[in-house]
Write a protein that binds this ligand. Structure first.
Ligand SMILES: *[C@@H]1O[C@H](CO)[C@@H](O)[C@H](O)[C@H]1NC(C)=O
Ligand SMILES: *[C@@H]1O[C@H](CO)[C@@H](O)[C@H](O)[C@H]1NC(C)=O
Length: 466
């Protein structure tokens, strides 16, 4: 990527980069590498499970009520796995899930479900974070059957932290004995909390729960033993939402990730800070498809291949509020509207088109390429939607995926995605049309994935040496 593009992006996030806290981060010493590597492997495999096993075997039906949710969130309930690995893979570090007060997780969900909190992720926290089941089975005998059988949910992008929690609870490498654990997961739903407090003008109040958690952790001998370095969080929002800097404008963030206790921990996040997220590792946004069996995946892959594409490219998105990025998006939207080879879905506040998973999937699966310009932040859930829909993602910044999800991406981005330089952004159609059809076919196949796999976010995952 041209350095001018980097500079441009950097300046648009300058309120982060102007604040340096590199001193918080430790140097990795050889002795601390082993657990770290094991941790990486663990998370990698967690992700394999995320797509293959946990998606395949996610508990359904009975989990819709808030009471069963709270129980699950508090870790008291174990769901039966239909395709669970029986034993812990020796390459995966045994981990312990801390039991923390429900105010850090279950109460946040209850608050959402009780509709005391409005909007954002709250309408979608049901079904352990999967959200509302979608009826996509036209020939199902009745609606109840269709719901039971569905693998599709109106999943909100911010629920990764809830899905992660629900899944690791049933992981065979979970140990109930802290002394036997190498890693420690702290199931704080930081994303739910920050979203409920974006409008809280009083910073003391906005940061209170994060400080509360830090105080609780540092009171635990097991946390102090390695200064928190063997502990980790998983958060469902961009890390910048937890990195409020006094230097920048107040975007509603708190200071969770800047707290000294947390700065020594590892943070799994759907969007790592490109320059300052040294202890942050990207995990994928959840999309709408939560297959329970390999047959669910194969059926969807076959449907994508059978339907084929009708358009060269598609754009699902709106013109954001950030004037710097709105520029790219305004241009993309007008280029898309002017071309009969592009399918636009314009998102506007108050209009619900962009909350309609079926419309989004339908548009994306009809296009060869799906444009993924940065939005409010670098990453977009839409990247994962497009991969799911078999649509080749077109990126405008390396920070939208390539520097984010390194554990999960195939090593050669060009095999499954397109990167447009600033000089190519005014003739998107020409640039995409120039790619030979055979090449488009190969990329699309890589995105759809081979039988039993699920697209580029899983291809090569077992040979990934990170
Ligand atoms: C912010 O909240 C704290 C704790 O509730 C309170 O003590 C403080 O006075 C508040 N500050 C302002 C400026 O309102
Ligand atoms: C974080 O780690 C550093 C280096 O090991 C240590 O000196 C520091 O006390 C730790 N911070 C906390 C809050 O435990």
């Amino acid at each position: 990527m041209a350095s001018t593009a980097n500079d441009k992006e950097k300046s648009s996030l300058c309120f982060f980069s102007s604040y340096s806290f590199s001193s918080f981060y430790r140097e990795i010493k050889p002795s601390s590498l082993l657990p770290r590597i094991r941790f990486v492997v663990f998370v990698l495999l967690c992700y394999v499970l995320w797509l293959r096993l946990l998606f395949f075997s996610f508990p359904l039906g009975s989990s819709s009520s808030s009471t069963s949710y709270s129980a699950a969130a508090a870790g008291h309930r174990h769901h039966q796995l239909s395709r669970s690995p029986e034993t812990c893979d020796p390459d995966i570090a045994p981990f312990y899930i801390h039991t923390i007060h429900p105010r850090f997780n279950a109460a946040l969900v209850r608050r959402c479900l009780s509709r005391l909190a409005c909007c954002d992720v709250c309408p979608s926290v049901g079904h352990l974070g999967l959200g509302r089941p979608l009826l996509r089975l036209p020939d199902a005998a009745d609606a109840a059957d269709a719901v039971r059988g569905t693998a599709w949910y109106a999943t909100h992008p911010s629920t990764a932290e809830m899905l992660f929690h629900a899944r690791v609870q049933r992981h065979p490498c979970r140990t109930m004995d802290p002394e036997a654990a190498v890693l420690f997961y702290v199931p704080f739903y930081a994303g739910l909390h920050v979203a409920a407090n974006f409008r809280q003008a009083n910073h003391t109040r906005r940061d209170a729960l994060a400080l509360d958690l830090a105080a609780h952790l540092s009171s635990l001998p097991i946390f102090r033993r390695r200064a928190g370095r063997d502990h980790f969080l998983a958060v469902g929002r961009a890390s910048r939402d937890f990195m409020r800097s006094p230097a920048g404008p107040d975007m509603g963030a708190n200071r969770l990730l800047l707290l000294p206790e947390v700065a020594n921990m590892t943070v799994l996040t759907v969007e790592r800070h490109p320059w300052e997220g040294h202890n942050q590792f990207g995990i994928p946004y959840p999309s709408y498809f939560h297959p329970r069996t390999a047959a669910d995946v194969a059926e969807w892959q076959a449907e994508l291949r059978r339907l084929g594409t009708t358009h060269l490219f598609a754009f699902v998105g709106g013109v954001g509020s950030d004037p710097e990025k709105a520029d790219i998006r305004t241009s993309i939207l007008s280029q898309c509207r002017m071309s009969d080879r592009c399918l636009p879905v314009e998102c506007k506040p108050g209009r619900h088109k962009c909350n309609d998973p079926e419309l989004i999937m339908d548009v994306m699966r009809r296009a060869d390429f799906c444009l993924q310009p940065p939005g409010e932040s670098f990453t977009r859930r839409s990247t994962f939607d497009s991969v799911l829909a078999g649509c080749i993602p077109v990126f405008f910044s390396e920070h939208t995926a390539h520097t984010q999800y390194r554990w999960y991406l195939p090593s050669r981005p060009a095999e499954w995605s397109v990167m447009l330089d600033p000089s190519q952004r005014d003739q998107i159609e020409d640039e995409l049309a120039r790619i030979p059809r055979a090449e488009v076919g190969r990329m699309r196949e890589a995105v759809i994935g081979s039988p039993g796999e699920s697209g580029p976010f899983i291809i090569n995952i077992e040979t990934n040496d990170r």
